[in-house]
Design a protein around this ligand. Structure first.
Ligand code: AKG
Ligand code: FE2
Length: 246
């Protein structure tokens, strides 16, 4: 699938600008809306291994999880290290930090990830630390891995893309997954509007958000959003029914 995803993204890199901050990088390009632009990414997003991990990490806190964000990340030559961060900082100002995860990410290597070209730097064990944890650079490990591999890390694990000292880009595709009752980082309904969502497998429609989270979070006109995709049902949501954990 790596070849397919690479081919899907290739035409986009020509027009995507580099970033302008320590977070999104200065020599780094980011391709958004991967579900809309890449059939290969549709397959990766639902990879059974990744789903099994998310079932285990996220389902204790929700009835279904969502695709939170998608990003092709091409770290160019001479890029400085990305600032270390926790992806769940989006929420932690409002939800106290504890070991339960609000989100979990995977990054899939589209090129070899090496210490020299900016393999993701990760601080193992930092998901158990408090809000006040200050990451120590000495404790970082790099997710060095051959093209076609993936790395997974919790939303509260400190990490960031590394420095690229080579003359070639380091490319990965990042998929984040979050508890189904949280607002997604990437607005999947704008990124993947109904006319595109209609063409996707049902499981992927649900993963990006075209399905209520029980009881009836995310409905439209008292109905499940899948009705907008023309799934044939027009049933009104019934809290007693949907509350059973469907
Ligand atoms: O590109 C990477 O290695 C990590 C990117 C990242 O952590 C992010 O964009 O939030
Ligand atoms: Fe991140």
């Amino acid at each position: 699938m790596t070849d397919e995803v690479e081919a899907d993204l290739e035409p986009h890199w020509e027009t995507i600008p580099t970033g302008n901050s320590d977070f999104i990088g200065f020599q780094t390009q980011r391709a958004p809306q991967l579900i809309a632009i890449s059939e290969g990414c549709r397959v990766l997003a639902e990879h059974p291994l990744v789903m099994a991990v998310m079932d285990r990490v996220l389902l204790p806190m929700c009835k279904r999880y969502r695709l939170h964000v998608t990003n092709g990340i091409r770290v160019g030559p001479d890029e400085t290290p990305q600032m270390l961060h926790r992806d769940d900082e989006l929420f932690r100002g409002y939800v106290p930090h504890d070991r339960r995860q609000l989100l979990t990410n995977m990054i899939w290597a589209m090129s070899d990830f090496t210490a020299a070209n900016g393999a993701t730097r990760i601080l193992p064990g930092s998901h158990t630390g408090s809000e006040d944890t200050v990451p120590d650079e000495e404790d970082l490990v790099q997710a060095e891995m051959p093209r076609g591999s993936l790395a997974l890390y919790h939303g509260s694990t400190f990490h960031g893309a590394g420095r690229n000292t080579t003359d070639q880009p380091r490319t990965g595709v990042l998929f984040g997954y979050s508890l189904g009752w949280l607002r997604q980082e990437e607005n999947q309904y704008l990124a993947v509007p109904p006319d595109v969502a209609q063409t996707l497998p049902k499981s992927l429609q649900e993963l990006i958000g075209y399905a209520v989270h029980p009881l009836f979070l995310g409905g439209v006109d008292q109905r499940d959003p899948s009705t907008v995709l023309g799934d044939g049902t027009d049933a009104l949501l019934e809290p007693a029914e949907s509350g059973k954990g469907s």
